[in-house]
Design a protein around this ligand. Structure first.
Ligand SMILES: [Zn+2]
Length: 513
C-alpha cells in the first residue's frame, strides 16, 4: 500500500511532440513545463506507435505490447467474420492497469483515449468526453457522474474529425475550439480532483486533433490573407501554450504530489500515403492492368470511417454501420482469390495475408507459400516511386514478427507494416513503378493529401517527471518504452497489479525509498 502522503498525478498531453515541446521550452514559451523540467527529469519515450499509429494508448494503459492487447485503430479487421468493425467491449476490451490493482486506493481517471467503457473503480472515471479518439459515446463511473458533469460544465464533446483540406477560417475556428477544450477540461479536472485521490490520470486531447490539422499550410484549402496566414502559422504554438497553462494550473493546485507529464507519440509533418496502398497492393497481386476498385474504397484510409460515421451514426445502429462500411471496403472481393488485402490505416500502411486457418475464408497456406507472398508484396510495393520526383515512396515493408514480440492476440494485428519515406506527402500526385505502372491519387486537392492532415505522428513520446527521489534538472538519455510507464507508476505508489505488465520499472523515476 502507498504511504498516505504519496500521490501521483499523471497528465497525458495526447500527441504532444517532443521536438516542439523542447523547442518552445527553450524559447520561453512554455514556462510551466520549463519549471517542471527544472525540478525533474525529462526523457524521450519509445512507442508502439512506431509501427501501429493507433496503438500507444492501449499499450500504455494495459502495460502490454499490441500483440498482447490487440487494439490499434478505431476500425479493425475481424478475421473470424471477414469484416471491418469498430472495436467494442464485447470483442476487444483491453483492461487498464488501474482496474487490476490488488490494493484499494482512491483513483481519478479523466478521458484516457481508447478506453472503451468506464467500469467500477474506487473513485471516478470519465471516458470519451473530449478525446480525439473515442470508441463509444461518453460514459462514466459512477453512471451518475456524467449527468452531474453536464449540469456543471455543459456539453462540449469533441466531434469526429472533419475530412479533407479546409478553408483557413474553419481551421482557425478549430484552433479556438481546441484552446477552449483545454481550458474547460482543466476546470473539469480540477473539480474531479477535489475528492480524495492517490492516483490521478488525466488527459488533454487538443494537441492531437489540432496537430493533425494545424501543423502546416497543406491543411488549407483556398485563399489565405497575410493576417490569416500569420495566425495559422502560430496556431500550433498557441495550442501548446494553452496546454502549458493547464499543466501550470494542475501543478499549482497540488504542489506536494509527484507529477508526470507525458505523451505517447508526437507530431510531425504528415508522411502517410496510405490512401494509395489499396491500389498499389492490387497492382502487385494482379499486375499492371489491375483496375482500381471504384468509389469510396480508394479512400480506405482515414476517410471512410470518419465521413461515413458522421453521415450515418445518428441514423442506424453501430452493427449496421460496421456492415455497411465493410461492404464498401470489401464489396466485390472474392476471398478465395485474394491472397492479401489492406486494413484501414492513417499513417503506416497495413497489409494482411488471407491466411488459411486464421481468416475465415483464408486461401494462402502458412509456411513457404506465405513467405513467398510476403517477399513478392515487399518487392512490388518497394518498386513504386513518386511519379514527379523519382524518389522512393516507401522506406521499408516490415513483417510484424520482426518488430513485435509474440502475444496472445497477435492474430488481430496486420502482418506487414508499410513504412513511408519520411518526407511530406503534400504535393504527391501519383506513384509509378517500372513494372506495375502509374497510380494517381484519388483526391490530391490543391496539391495536398486527400484527408487534410498536414501533421501526423512522430514515433516518439516525451515524459517530464518531478517528485520525491527523481533527479532534478536531468535530461536523461534513457529511452524507456511506453509499456514501462505503468509498472513505474505502480512502483512509486508501492502498488501491486494483477495485470500482466510486460514493461520494466524506469529506475530514474522509481523513487525507491
Ligand atoms: Zn492521430
Amino acid at each position: 500500500m502507498p504511504a498516505p502522503d504519496q500521490r501521483v498525478l499523471l497528465i497525458g498531453l495526447d500527441a504532444a511532440d517532443p521536438v516542439l515541446v523542447q523547442d518552445w521550452i527553450t524559447r520561453g514559451d512554455l514556462p510551466h513545463l520549463a519549471g517542471l523540467q527544472r525540478r525533474g527529469t525529462t526523457m524521450r519515450l519509445e512507442t508502439s506507435a512506431r509501427h501501429l499509429a493507433g496503438s500507444p494508448w492501449p499499450t500504455f494503459f494495459t502495460g502490454q505490447h499490441p500483440t498482447g492487447h490487440g487494439l490499434y485503430a478505431d476500425f479493425q479487421w475481424r478475421h473470424e467474420t471477414m469484416e471491418f468493425a469498430a472495436p467494442t467491449p464485447d470483442w476487444i476490451d483491453p483492461v487498464p492497469f488501474w482496474r487490476e490493482l490488488e490494493d484499494e486506493i482512491d483513483i481519478v481517471v479523466y478521458d484516457v483515449p481508447f478506453v472503451t467503457q468506464a467500469r467500477r473503480v474506487r473513485g471516478v472515471e470519465i471516458v470519451g468526453w473530449a478525446t480525439h479518439d473515442k470508441l463509444l459515446p461518453p460514459n462514466s463511473y459512477p453512471d451518475s457522474l456524467l449527468a452531474e458533469v453536464e449540469r456543471r460544465f455543459g456539453s462540449w464533446h469533441v466531434s469526429y474529425e472533419a475530412y479533407g483540406p479546409a478553408p483557413v477560417a474553419e481551421l482557425l475556428a478549430l484552433r479556438d475550439e481546441m484552446i477552449e477544450n483545454t481550458r474547460r477540461s482543466t476546470e473539469l479536472i480540477l473539480w474531479l480532483l477535489e475528492r480524495d485521490w492517490q492516483l490521478a490520470l488525466v488527459c488533454l486531447s487538443a494537441l492531437h486533433r489540432g496537430g493533425h490539422r494545424l501543423f502546416d499550410r497543406s491543411s488549407i484549402k483556398g485563399e489565405v490573407t497575410a493576417a490569416e496566414g500569420a495566425a495559422f502559422d502560430d496556431a500550433m504554438r498557441q495550442l501548446y501554450i494553452a496546454a502549458d497553462t493547464a499543466v501550470g494550473r494542475l501543478v499549482e493546485a497540488f504542489p506536494e504530489v509527484d507529477v508526470v507529464v507525458f505523451s505517447l507519440h508526437g507530431m510531425m509533418t504528415n508522411i502517410a500515403r496510405a490512401d494509395l496502398l489499396d491500389d498499389m497492393l492490387r497492382r502487385v497481386l494482379e499486375g499492371p492492368t489491375a483496375k482500381a476498385r471504384k468509389g469510396l474504397v480508394r479512400q480506405l484510409g482515414e476517410a471512410l470511417p470518419y465521413s461515413l460515421r458522421r453521415a450515418v451514426s445518428k441514423r442506424i445502429p453501430r452493427v449496421l454501420q460496421d456492415r455497411l462500411m465493410t461492404a464498401w471496403a470489401t464489396g466485390g472481393i472474392d476471398w478465395h482469390k485474394t491472397p492479401a488485402f489492406c486494413c484501414r490505416a492513417d499513417l503506416q500502411g497495413y497489409v494482411r495475408l488471407n491466411l488459411k486457418g486464421r481468416e475465415a475464408q483464408g486461401c494462402v497456406e502458412p509456411g513457404p507459400e506465405a513467405e513467398a507472398l510476403v517477399a513478392r508484396i515487399r518487392e512490388g510495393l518497394m518498386s513504386f516511386r513518386e511519379a514527379d520526383t523519382g524518389e522512393p515512396v516507401i522506406d521499408d515493408v516490415v513483417p510484424a514478427e520482426d518488430v513485435l514480440p509474440p502475444g496472445p492476440v497477435r492474430d488481430r494485428i496486420p502482418d506487414l507494416f508499410v513504412m513511408w519515406r519520411e518526407t511530406s506527402q503534400a504535393g504527391l500526385r501519383a506513384v509509378q513503378s517500372d513494372s506495375l505502372g502509374t497510380i494517381r491519387r484519388a483526391a490530391p486537392g490543391e496539391g495536398n493529401g486527400p484527408n487534410g492532415r498536414s501533421g501526423n505522428h512522430r514515433p516518439e513520446g516525451i515524459l517530464i517527471a518531478a517528485g520525491r527521489g527523481i533527479p532534478e534538472g536531468r535530461l536523461s538519455n534513457a529511452r524507456p518504452h511506453t509499456v514501462d510507464l505503468a509498472p513505474t507508476v505502480l512502483r512509486r505508489l508501492d502498488l501491486h497489479s494483477r495485470a500482466p505488465l510486460v514493461g520494466t520499472v524506469i529506475d530514474e523515476l522509481a523513487g525507491l525509498r
